[in-house]
Design a protein. Structure first.
Length: 293
């Protein structure tokens, strides 16, 4: 077995573990499951073969370019992006070019979301479930020849570039709140970093400067306006977890408070429920899980 063939065996297993139906062209049935991955799919003349062509809900949505373990994936992006333009016109597709592109060795995987304002590859740990791609495809922009006005909220990156102004003061009397300059700077600069497609950031604040309240503030905005689905909040001591839970429970901006779909619990071991935002607290971690509503 060649190194490329070994990589495809691993990729097959990764796809199946994520809920994909993997098959050959001869056995293809695009309605066999929500997500169908077809190996060695022939494209239009001059475009070659896609190692994997992905269908969700009966329409093509992306391709996977498989490489042997140890291969550098960065230089493969031009090749795989070319495959997104080679789908025969007679076949159903969510959009053209196809919006989703992966490059994978079975050990390392890169992903590009073509629905983003400025698509670029990023490392991912695994292939996404087909149901998640269906949700993302609902965010795709309208066709260029469409005269309709899109009310689509867009991807996370698109939302981050259209965030509403930060509320820095609210309430009155004994329930009056005002963000300190350091808190305003932290939230504003974090959002600027994310809007610039820089997913890694570090916020340094002194003791007593309101770090927890700042964190809750930008988590609130990432969920409500950015469409974030899951946020993980970690602490190193149980008493900090209890303290943080109380601050989450008490947090409100004006009349905006958590809804029944945004719950906080201290029962460890609970699984994420779709359609809900949950906080699970253990002695070593604090998890804030959001639905993205």
């Amino acid at each position: 077995m060649t190194p490329e063939a070994k990589a495809r065996v691993t990729i097959d297993a990764l796809l199946m573990s994520a809920g994909w139906h993997v098959c050959s062209v001869a056995d293809a049935n695009i309605h066999a499951a929500v997500g169908v991955a077809i190996r060695e799919f022939p494209l239009n003349p001059g475009f070659g073969f896609a190692d994997y062509l992905l269908y969700v809900s009966g329409k093509a949505c992306g391709v996977i370019e498989a490489k042997k373990e140890g291969a550098t994936l960065t230089g493969v992006e031009l090749q795989s992006s070319r495959y997104t333009k080679g789908l025969p016109t007679t076949l159903p597709a969510w959009s053209r070019p196809l919006p989703f592109v992966w490059e994978s060795t079975g050990v390392e995987t890169h992903f590009t979301n073509g629905l983003d304002p400025e698509p670029r590859a990023r490392s991912v740990f695994a292939f996404f479930h087909p149901e998640l791609l269906v949700q993302w495809l609902a965010l795709r922009p309208p066709a260029s020849d469409s005269n309709s006005v899109s009310e689509s909220p867009g991807t996370f990156l698109a939302r981050m570039r259209n965030m509403p102004q930060l509320i820095t003061e609210w309430g009155s009397g004994g329930a009056h709140y005002q963000l300190w300059p350091a808190q305003i700077g932290a939230i504003t600069n974090l959002e600027k970093s994310l809007a610039a497609n820089k997913p890694k950031a570090l916020i340094q604040m002194a003791t007593g400067s309101g770090k927890t309240f700042t964190s809750i503030g930008f988590i609130y905005r990432l969920i409500k306006f950015g469409g974030a689905r899951r946020v993980l909040f970690l602490v190193d001591r149980g008493n900090l977890a209890r303290q943080t839970k109380k601050e989450f429970d008490a947090y409100a901006i004006g009349e905006s408070r958590p809804t029944p779909s945004h719950s906080v619990d201290r029962r460890p071991g609970r699984r994420y429920r779709r359609g809900h935002s949950e906080v699970d607290v253990t002695h070593s971690s604090f998890k804030f899980v959001a639905s993205g509503r």
